[in-house]
Design a protein around this ligand. Structure first.
Ligand code: FES
Ligand SMILES: [Fe+2]
Length: 384
């Protein structure tokens, strides 16, 4: 592994310790959680180089439906064109760079708010006034800048790199571990975002480990989760761990009687637990017997992130006449867990922000996915 000339020797040594087998590895240097300089390195080494998970594709199921999001300094416009094809564009006009759209909504065409250039939903420049005398105005050369986009198992993946890494290599043997769940068929219901005063990696760390359940969620969900299986050995840029549950992990312990029917086709242990998966760097999800919940996390600064939560259900549950009433209990469970995690994360951030904090060891059985991400992260950062 080559070294990154931007990092000090001691920082590189600490990153090397994060690349040891999980029984010996250390967590990342505390700088990785509060330094703006490290965030800049992450932006180059992770966010501008790798495939990023942007949640579910089915929220763009109508022509012209769009969302805007800022990802590590890149304003992105996700929009479904007239044929229903999803695009990820640089959200900036080809005239003098104004942002084209804000928020989310539905449109027939895009009109730049600055000087009125018009684009089709597939990114083609359609019209501009007062450009007759410009020798450089050629509409066909002025389509919106488009990023690579793949849809896999119903998830959107976008890559900013002009030459994206091979998507198949990115996703590796993902399908093998997720084949019991018909992921592509699950339907998005509630999607919401919230800011947390912690580094983006901490948000994903806590989602992917069982260790904190007993201490952070003692009365809400801890009792549902049995000791998990060991983390699975995977190929590709992801990690995953399955664990059995008592009832469903999608509801509070006290509200299990509102459980929705199982996802059709599930068999064996998949009907008795939850698979937690983290697709590096920024998206994680849990596939359970009755639902799937997904989080994307993006940095706002080194010490603040925005997270998007999406909850998905199978069509057979959504078709029930009392679905709208029963799904409220699922929402309650996620609101409760996010509130409890938020307190823990903001507290962790304060400790990690100390200039005297040092990396610590992992529990290989209770937080193998955190160790796997740490290992992957250290490799990406060291290669510069
Ligand atoms: S910047 Fe968009 S039309 Fe001028
Ligand atoms: Fe949690």
């Amino acid at each position: 592994m080559s070294s990154n000339p931007d990092f000090s020797d001691s920082f590189q040594q600490a990153l090397s310790a994060s690349r040891l087998p999980k029984e010996q590895a250390s967590s990342l240097p505390a700088d990785c959680y509060h330094s703006e300089n490290i965030l800049q390195q992450e932006t180059e080494a992770l966010f501008r180089r790798h495939w990023l998970g942007l949640g579910r594709a089915d929220r763009f199921n109508q022509p012209g439906q769009y969302e805007t999001i800022e990802i590590a300094g890149v304003p992105v416009l996700l929009i479904s064109d007239r044929q229903g094809k999803l695009h990820a564009f640089n959200n900036a006009c080809r005239h003098r760079g104004a942002r084209l759209l804000d928020g989310e909504g539905k449109c027939r065409t895009l009109r730049c708010p600055f000087h009125g250039w018009v684009y089709n939903t597939d990114g083609q420049c359609a019209a501009a006034t007062h450009m007759e005398e410009s020798l450089n105005f050629d509409k066909s050369q002025l389509s919106l800048i488009e990023f690579a986009l793949e849809i896999h198992a119903g998830f959107i993946f976008v890559c900013f790199a002009p030459e994206p890494p091979d998507f198949k290599a990115h996703i590796g043997d993902f399908d093998q571990f997720h084949s019991p769940w018909p992921l592509a068929d699950l339907v998005s219901k509630r999607r919401q975002s919230f800011e947390v005063a912690c580094n983006w990696k901490l948000f994903l760390d806590v989602f992917n480990e069982y260790y904190h359940l007993q201490y952070v969620h003692p009365d809400s969900i801890n009792g549902l989760y049995l000791k998990p299986d060991p983390g699975d050995a995977t190929t590709g840029n992801y990690t995953t761990q399955f664990g059995e549950t008592e009832g469903t992990g999608g509801l509070l312990e006290s509200q299990q009687q509102y459980a929705l029917p199982n996802i059709p086709g599930l068999q064996g242990r998949a009907t008795r637990g939850t698979r937690y998966t983290w697709v590096f760097p920024n998206m994680a999800f849990a596939a359970s017997k009755d639902a799937m919940w997904i989080y994307e996390a993006y940095p706002l600064s080194a010490q603040r992130c925005i997270a998007y939560q999406t909850l998905c259900f199978p069509q057979n549950a959504i078709a029930l006449t009392d679905f709208d009433a029963r799904v409220q209990y699922y929402y309650e469970r996620f609101d409760a867990a996010v509130a409890e995690d938020g307190i823990a994360l903001e507290n962790q951030q304060k400790g990690l922000a100390s200039p005297y904090s040092e990396p610590g060891p992992f529990s290989p059985s209770m937080e193998p996915s955190v160790a796997d991400f740490t290992h992957w992260y250290a490799e990406q950062m060291m290669s510069g």
